[in-house]
Design a binder for this molecule. Structure first.
Ligand SMILES: *Cc1c(COP(=O)(O)O)cnc(C)c1O
Length: 400
């Protein structure tokens, strides 16, 4: 491992002291620097053609050509792999870059994929409109129906089982033990909303975990980045394809990812506390029909949440009693919270799926995915909870 990834700390124990948040802060640079170096190079010299050829074949090489691997980018992938208890990590230019290269590396014409109906919109498009063009057959099941997952897997035909938990945007959970128990196909969990401090799918027997590191991992809304972690043989196989796919991450974003990991623990703590405070306040507000938050006692999968999530997370989803118009009026009336896609950053963001990410679908299609026209997803930032509660409460006062 250390031959392949020179930036990985030699002393593995640094990431496994009593508390991982402490270890993350002390994952420094070299020569006394508290921050890691940034290698903004696209290419690296070799002493002979033989050496160059050897490098080009070494999985996740960091001293050949940056489309094959870059030291700064790989240092971030290694840090996430450590956090996820994974053997190996690989970065991509975005969460979708990671998901696309993973799916296209592991599936071919005739392959079968099992996934869920309630998914991030980009992943939905990949499975619904790209995979069929390449003769890849996809079965969609309900996120919270563990038996449907198992029943949809056809040993010998199913190549990939792809889960997302908590799932965008309704925050329903997939039973990670049920996914990890599938042995006849490669299992993947998109764990973006949980972060490695919320859950570790690999500990449940899952083969690969994927993150949009654009979100909480880099954590400052200033990087577009994706990462895959898991079984080394699979990660190396994905790397072989990823060098051709070409969605490689920039060293600047890899560096911002490393910077973000240092404060992940303290940011997540504040975001979870804010999410719980806002969820509790909105549950009492007559303008709100429903609040979906894994940290609330009223969450339908509260038992599963307490079994597999270390915290409630920084996102919550609400359904406005007044439907579409009430949701639009609320998001337009917010003064602190910003209307923007993305989540896990320092600023509180809101997203109205029916008019933003899922606007192209019919109300019936959205309903099948569990997306009501009055649904709004909140990503809680680092503001003071009282300021946020005041903002949401003023935005929910009926306008003349
Ligand atoms: C944002 C997101 C993605 C896609 O990541 P990008 O970095 O935007 O490409 C995938 N999955 C989930 C759950 C996400 O929230």
């Amino acid at each position: 491992m250390s031959v392949e990834t020179p930036n990985r700390p030699i002393d593995q124990s640094i990431i496994e002291p009593q508390h991982v948040e402490t270890a993350l802060l002390h994952r420094g640079g070299t020569a006394g620097s508290l921050t890691p170096p940034m290698h903004a190079a696209s290419t690296f010299s070799s002493s002979s053609p033989d050496e160059a050829a050897r490098k080009a074949r070494r999985p996740r090489v960091t001293d050949f050509y940056s489309r094959y691997g870059n030291p700064t980018v790989q240092a971030f992938a290694d840090a996430v792999a450590d956090l996820e208890h994974a053997e190996a990590g690989l970065c991509s230019s975005s969460g979708m870059g990671a998901i696309s290269s993973l799916v296209l590396a592991l599936c071919s014409k005739g392959s079968h994929i099992v996934t869920q109906r309630q998914l991030f919109s980009g992943t939905t498009l990949l499975f619904e409109s790209v995979c069929p063009r390449f003769g890849i057959d996809v079965t969609f099941v309900d996120v919270d129906d563990s038996e449907a997952w198992a029943a949809a897997v056809e040993p010998g035909r199913t190549a990939l089982v792809f889960a997302e938990s908590p799932a965008n945007p309704g925050l329903k959970l997939v039973d990670l033990d049920a996914i990890g128990a599938v042995r006849s196909a490669v299992t993947v969990v998109d764990s973006t909303l949980a972060t490695p401090l919320g859950q570790r799918p690999i500990d449940h027997g899952v083969d690969l975990v994927v993150h949009s590191a654009t979100k909480a991992l880099s954590g400052h809304n200033d990087a577009t980045l994706g990462v895959i972690a898991g079984d080394k043989t699979l990660v190396n196989e994905i790397w072989t394809y990823a060098t051709i796919h070409g969605a490689c991450a920039s060293p600047y974003d890899g560096w911002n990812g490393l910077r973000g990991l240092k404060t992940l623990g303290v940011r997540l703590e504040r975001q979870c506390a804010n999410a719980l405070a806002v969820a509790t306040a909105l549950e009492r507000n007559p303008a709100i029909a429903e609040v979906h938050y894994p940290g609330l006692a009223s969450f339908p999968q509260a038992e599963l949440a307490s079994r597999q999530l270390a915290n409630g997370g920084g996102c919550l989803t609400i359904e406005l009693a007044g439907g579409h118009d009430a949701a639009v009026s609320m998001v337009e009336s917010l003064e602190l919270a910003l209307l923007a896609p993305s989540l896990g950053g320092p600023e509180t963001l809101v997203n109205h799926p029916a008019s933003m990410t899922h606007a192209a679908l019919s109300p019936e299609q959205r309903a099948a995915m569990g997306i009501g026209d009055g649904m709004v997803r909140l990503s809680l930032g680092l503001e003071r909870a009282a300021d946020l509660i005041r903002d949401f409460e003023q935005a929910l006062v009926p306008r003349p």
